[in-house]
Design a protein around this ligand. Structure first.
Ligand SMILES: [Zn+2]
Length: 285
């Protein structure tokens, strides 16, 4: 019996250590003009598969429900929040929790696709996301010209946000040394997705990591970036319109590595061997 008992103790101990080592992560959903009931499980699957995170989900009351004012997940329990939420503005308490924990560097943030449509009237959120789906007066616009030079379009000039191209498109890395994308091919083909363009915002303290050329706007639109907010780290990608887009192994890698980076400032999750190439998409089954 003795060896068995010590084996059991060792197993239990190693399980506990592993559980403790995991990064506590919260996905917030519940309101979205996208099918969050289908996409949250995909995000959960990606994050759990990495083995790095303990994943929980907080689902807000539905649109029009006054209980939203009391929706207040205990954010301080987590190292990073993944936003799959595009809906009514949270209650003041949750907004304050979020602003202070992120600003103090205690909570990382990952912004996925339509989450950047949310909270247009919340200044701190606009700063955190850098830019998002807004009208053309919703802030500056940033794109890259064919030479890779950043061009800034002032608020009020040009178009508001859209997805003037939907289909497969190439993601081009602009800082291949950034921990989130280090080891990925410089160009990789993403599966059919909405290609957000003309995103608008304060675009302050952002670091552009990847772009995609839009056949709709004929320029290179921001696709992967980070934002500093106080001491906080925000990771943002407008990729991921639906469950199919999220099955792209490039998207999955960007999300799991971006989440680790937002939580810890480092990335240890490897780039998967099976990864899209410049010519070929790769999706999870
Ligand atoms: Zn969409």
């Amino acid at each position: 019996m003795r060896p068995l008992v010590s084996l059991a103790v060792a197993l239990a101990f190693s399980f506990l250590c592993q559980a403790q080592d995991k990064i506590p992560l919260l996905i917030i959903d519940g309101q979205n003009n996208h099918n969050w009931k289908a996409t949250t499980p995909v995000l959960e699957g990606i994050l759990k598969r990495s083995g790095k995170f303990s994943v929980e989900v907080a689902t807000s009351p539905p649109k029009g429900d006054k209980a939203l004012a009391q929706f207040r997940p205990e954010l301080k329990k987590y190292a990073v929040v993944v936003l799959n939420y595009n809906g009514e503005t949270w209650g003041k308490d949750l907004q304050k929790d979020f602003e202070s924990l992120v600003g103090e560097g205690k909570l990382g943030v990952v912004v996925v696709h339509a989450a950047n449509n949310a909270f247009g009237g919340w200044n701190e959120y606009n700063q955190m996301i850098g830019m998002g789906w807004r009208g053309n007066k919703g802030g500056d616009r940033l794109y890259l010209d064919d030479a890779g030079k950043q061009v800034r379009v002032p608020s009020g000039e040009g178009d508001g946000s859209g997805h003037r191209y939907t289909g497969e498109f190439t993601v081009t890395l602009r800082d291949a040394e950034h921990p989130v994308v280090k080891g990925m091919p410089a160009e990789w083909l993403h599966v059919k997705d909405e290609l957000y363009d003309n995103m608008r915002g304060p675009i302050k303290d952002i670091h552009l990591i990847g772009t995609a050329y839009s056949k709709g706007t004929k320029v290179h639109e921001p696709m992967i970036w980070t934002v500093s907010f106080g001491k906080g780290r925000i990771f943002h990608t407008p990729l991921g319109h639906d469950a199919n887009a999220m099955k792209c192994l490039g998207f999955a890698s960007v999300i799991e590595r971006g989440s680790e980076w937002a939580a810890t400032g480092k990335v240890t999750i490897p780039v998967p061997a099976e990864f899209p190439t410049a010519k070929q998409t790769k999706s999870a089954p």
